[in-house]
Ligand binder design. Structure first.
Ligand SMILES: NC(=O)c1ccc[n+]([C@@H]2O[C@H](COP(=O)([O-])OP(=O)(O)OC[C@H]3O[C@@H](n4cnc5c(N)ncnc54)[C@H](OP(=O)(O)O)[C@@H]3O)[C@@H](O)[C@H]2O)c1
Length: 252
């Protein structure tokens, strides 16, 4: 593999870095010589990560969906970790809801999903550009989903946030290139992975350690887009027949 990006000795911010795919990213990046800053809400999983990766991880408890959460995190990061040269926007939540069914008002739940999955990665990316562009080589990695290509019926807001994050990632990459910034902007199009986020489905799921390894090797190779496992097939089907791709994904 031809490496164009090396994680050794880098400081890497991973949102949602203490659970699921983020936990595996933290472990594997530390094994490659990086120092990880892992962000999340749950103190128990952050503390467990700090114990496991003793000295190679800084944990930061923050709610990216709370008002002012992203501003506080990016301010803290700029002040205390200007050496940070990689941002991995990984944290997300997924709500399943039948939006046509009678029920309680859904506006708060919709706002929360948009805040964590879309507003936070957009704002963090933009807040981090001044820090990242000061390095000779740096990276922003946004984790999207096959559901950004073709949505499923039961998680409409989640799918919309991932499609929007995919669009933003492309524009930000184009802006960084036009401004000749040394910032590699990568999208990882994630397959179905065995974590709490995907617990609703009963089909075969990709192991989180393999998903994390694929993301890392894609960034090391300097890829604009990393298509993980079955999303490669989805991309092909969607190119040939968008309608078929939509039908396949609709009831996942
Ligand atoms: N699993 C899949 O099948 C799948 C498929 C396609 C794409 N993805 C994408 O892969 C990424 C990782 O998902 P995963 O499967 O690892 O999910 P997960 O196991 O549910 O982990 C989600 C992570 O996000 C963090 N998080 C959630 N809300 C947060 C908030 N308000 N503030 C800060 N951190 C927050 C969680 O930490 P706390 O709970 O401690 O806050 C946790 O570390 C997501 O972007 C997801 O959309 C996953």
């Amino acid at each position: 593999m031809r490496k164009t990006f090396d994680f050794d000795t880098r400081t890497v911010l991973i949102t949602g870095g203490a659970r699921g795919i983020g936990l595996e990213l933290s472990r594997q990046l530390v094994a490659k010589g990086a120092h990880v800053i892992a962000v999340g809400r749950d103190a128990a999983s952050l503390n467990a990560l700090a114990m496991e990766l003793n000295g190679s991880v800084t944990v930061m408890q923050a709610d990216l969906g709370a008002p002012g959460g992203v501003e506080a995190l990016s301010h803290w990061l700029r002040e205390t970790h200007p050496q940070c040269s990689v941002l991995i926007n990984n944290a997300a939540i997924m709500h399943h809801d039948d939006l046509t069914a009678d029920g309680p008002a859904r506006l708060d739940a919709i706002a929360a999903e948009i805040s964590v999955n879309l507003a936070a990665p957009l704002q963090l990316s933009v807040a981090m550009v001044p820090v990242l562009k000061a390095h000779p080589a740096s990276a922003i990695v946004n984790i999207t989903s096959g559901l950004a290509i073709a949505p499923k019926r039961g998680a409409a807001v989640y799918c919309a946030t991932k499609a929007a994050l995919r669009s933003f990632t492309r524009s930000l990459r184009d802006q960084c290139r036009a401004a000749r910034l040394p910032v590699q902007v990568t999208e990882a199009v994630m397959t179905v992975v065995d974590t709490t986020l995907s617990r609703a489905g009963s089909f075969r799921k990709y192991p989180p350690a393999r998903a994390a390894a694929d993301v890392i090797s894609g960034v090391e190779r300097g890829l604009d887009e990393i298509w993980i496992e079955k999303t490669r097939l989805l991309r092909l089907v969607h190119r040939l027949s968008p309608g078929l791709a939509y039908r396949i994904m609709r009831d996942r």
